[in-house]
Design a protein around this ligand. Structure first.
Ligand code: MOS
Length: 697
């Protein structure tokens, strides 16, 4: 780690050191409760009743049996539920249609909440929910996603440069790639404990942003923000679906309003995770690459068809990353969407980039094969000098360095260029590569941090950020300690509470650049104001600094992922004994927690390559494999040797910390690397994930 004088940070070496998680001891001691786990003497439990039709109207709700059941406190439906403000001005990322729960008889998707029971125990609530009888006027629905539909809509103008239709090439790759519907499954499901005391509401919430929840709930209820408090210090994972709110949080809020002075608890069941909190849209990616015989691209044409909902538009921007990846004079990228009677999609780790780097990165592998080039070399040959999407210079772009270092570390150069040539016993063995990409995303809001000297060189640093398991808590402690020039144990960071200063959402991999830059600014302001020997009680606060260079440069993180794949010659079983990623994502504040983010992302990418697929039955409009028995997620036995490395990248243009964000890039490209390695092992080109046994038989 460099600590030279020209750097504005790294004074003590706390930035770049690898301390263990400051919240780790509390987590292993059971002293870090998730929202549902708070012990409340006045707890009550809410169970939703979900629509059994995909489209229609609720004609009648018979609540008599449920109301007569033991322990029932309230049965809510659209006829009696507390009102939400119809003209609520919700933050842009929220889906109003999804949040106006129990406000009308309309049914927009199968699984939509149509009633809810609040009861003394979880079991009583579940039992009574089963006693609610809902009658529907069913309407015809359409939940049949396909790239061939004739009613697809373009959500925006296509991105065009040159004339991709006229782009000629000696080599053309023109293929369709698909990725499935996938569901976020953090360890902790979406959970809320909500208590209305007659004046104000307090939520213990599993969320990526306490302030975002506060603003949204205040708007929905028509309350001053000061009458909503959201507490979320410990969150058991959030991969995007805990960014925006979803129906369960609103149900808990309605339950709390209906049953005041009780702590109303709702944790989505694993099955409800497949209907109530969004999902990643399936994608159909038509990719056409044209190139000269040396593999230099002359045209890139990507159309991504995705699923959206009639209830609210959400576009999985899978054609996005191709805009910036490779040089080519003729380019077109666009989206088409099918608006269906289904739940609204949402963010899932690297929305857009994750599925959107599958098709193009497999296509690049196909281009390499068609040109007789090494897959690393074909990417190097198409390195742009400036960002192809905007024409701006890159603040830093180290894709080639990642490819070269990854190739060396992985032992790439030993491979035969011919696929299907290496066999070890019953196993066909191959290697593959793909690039990773994730932009430096502007945070959705400002942030503010307060630094206070409590005496004897001890400090409290406060901001309302959510550590969803990323290690942000630890890294922010390091940033403050570094600037304040004190040991780590002199700094106590307080976060996860809307009563603390405003913090942006934990989304878009922005945590370190937004909260880190804000803490850095506040600590710097503290030193400037109070010097090296501050009195007890001395304070300073600062807001997120302006991103001075954002308009002048293209800012992105990059990576290269290498996979070894073994395919059983008799059974088609696919194994991934080795994954190796090298990333260039700016300054790494804590190598220990950063490695965990990269490896976690790569593991989720492996899961996408081998397992994850939600199967929606268009006849009924619901996901049929809504549990872990049938929606498979990579388990320990799938994960063998996953290594993450990084280029020590210094980019003062992105922000004062030089951090680009690392939460999402690890998942990007992994599935393409695995599919490319499977091709190299077998000679069978699979253009869809998950890879299946029968693909290779
Ligand atoms: Mo992340 S999917 O941007 O919360």
């Amino acid at each position: 780690m460099s600590t030279t004088g020209e750097r504005t940070t790294a004074r003590t070496g706390a930035i770049g050191a690898d301390p263990r998680r400051v919240d780790g001891p509390r987590k292993v001691a059971g002293a870090a409760p998730y929202a549902y786990e708070y012990q409340a003497a006045d707890a009550a439990y809410l169970a939703p009743v979900q629509a059994t039709v995909a489209r229609g109207r609720v004609a009648a709700v018979d609540t008599a049996a449920a109301e007569a059941a033991p322990g029932v406190l309230a049965v809510l439906w659209h006829g009696n539920a507390p009102r939400l403000r119809e003209d609520a001005e919700l933050p842009g990322l929220q889906q109003p249609g999804e949040l106006h729960v129990l406000q009308s008889p309309e049914v927009h998707y199968r699984g939509q909440p149509v009633a809810a029971v609040v009861a003394e125990t979880f079991e009583a609530a579940q039992h009574a929910a089963a006693l609610v009888t809902v009658t529907y006027e069913q309407l015809p629905h359409d939940a049949d996603f396909s790239g061939d539909r004739t009613d697809l809509v373009a959500p925006e103008e296509d991105h065009r440069q040159g004339d991709v239709g006229a782009a000629e090439g000696e080599v053309v790759v023109d293929q369709t790639y698909t990725t499935p519907m996938q569901h976020n499954n953090p360890m902790e499901p979406h959970s809320t404990m909500a208590r209305w005391d007659g004046q104000a509401i307090t939520l213990h919430e599993s969320t990526q942003g306490a302030h975002m929840v506060r603003e949204t709930v205040a708007e929905l209820l028509g309350l001053e923000q000061g009458r909503v408090r959201v507490v979320a210090p410990y969150v058991g994972g959030g991969f995007g679906s805990k960014g925006p709110l979803h129906a369960p949080t609103v149900l808990a809020v309605l339950g709390a309003r209906a049953v005041p002075h009780r702590s109303v608890k709702l944790a989505a069941t694993r099955r409800q995770m497949f209907s109530l909190v969004g999902y990643r849209s399936p994608t159909v990616q038509r990719v056409r690459l044209s190139a000269d015989a040396q593999g230099r691209l002359t045209g890139i044409d990507v159309t991504a068809t995705v699923q959206s909902a009639r209830l609210g538009d959400f576009i999985e921007e899978a054609a996005g990353p191709a805009k910036s990846m490779y040089a080519a004079p003729n380019r077109r990228m666009g989206h088409r969407a099918a608006r269906l009677d289904v739940p609204v999609p949402t963010w899932m780790r690297a929305p857009g980039e994750c599925p959107g780097m599958f098709g193009p990165e497999v296509a690049m592998d196909e281009l390499a094969a068609a040109c007789g080039l090494d897959p690393v070399e074909v990417r190097v040959r198409n390195e742009p000098e400036r960002d192809p999407a905007t024409g701006k210079p890159f603040s830093t772009r180290n894709l080639i360095a990642c490819l070269r270092e990854g190739a060396d570390r992985f032992g790439w150069h030993d491979r035969s260029p011919r696929p299907g040539t290496r066999r070890e016993g019953d196993w066909l063995v191959g290697t593959g590569v793909a690039a990773s990409f994730y932009p430096v995303v502007p945070p959705v809001s400002g942030s503010r941090a307060l630094v206070r000297h409590t005496g004897d060189g001890h400090y409290v640093v406060s901001l309302g950020a959510a550590d969803i398991g990323t290690g942000a808590w630890t890294a922010l402690t390091q940033v403050a300690a570094d600037v304040l020039e004190v040991p780590l144990d002199r700094v106590e960071v307080r976060l996860g509470d809307s009563a603390l200063p405003l913090a942006s959402l934990a989304g878009g991999s922005t945590g370190m650049m937004s909260w880190g830059s804000t803490v850095h600014a506040a600590a710097t302001a503290f030193r400037a104001r109070h010097g090296e020997d501050p009195p007890p009680g001395a304070e300073a606060a600062a807001d997120l600094p302006e991103a001075a260079h954002r308009d002048d440069y293209a800012m992105h993180a990059y990576g290269a992922q290498f996979a070894e794949v073994r395919v059983n010659a008799d059974t088609g079983e696919v194994r991934v004994p080795r994954l190796l990623g090298v990333f260039a994502a700016g300054r790494i504040v804590n190598p220990r927690t950063a490695r965990s983010q990269f490896v976690g992302g790569m593991t989720m990418g492996l899961s996408m390559a081998l397992h994850e697929e939600s199967v929606l039955d268009p006849r009924f409009g619901h996901v049929v494999n809504a549990d872990f028995a049938e929606y498979h997620i990579a388990a320990s036995a799938d994960v063998a040797d996953i290594q993450a490395h990084w280029i020590d990248e210094h980019d003062p243009l992105v922000n004062p910390l030089g951090a680009k964000g690392i939460g999402e890039i690890g998942i990007v490209g992994t599935a393409a690397a695995v599919a490319n390695a499977a091709y190299h092992a077998t000679g069978v080109r699979v253009r869809r994930v998950p890879l299946r046994l029968d693909d290779f038989l």
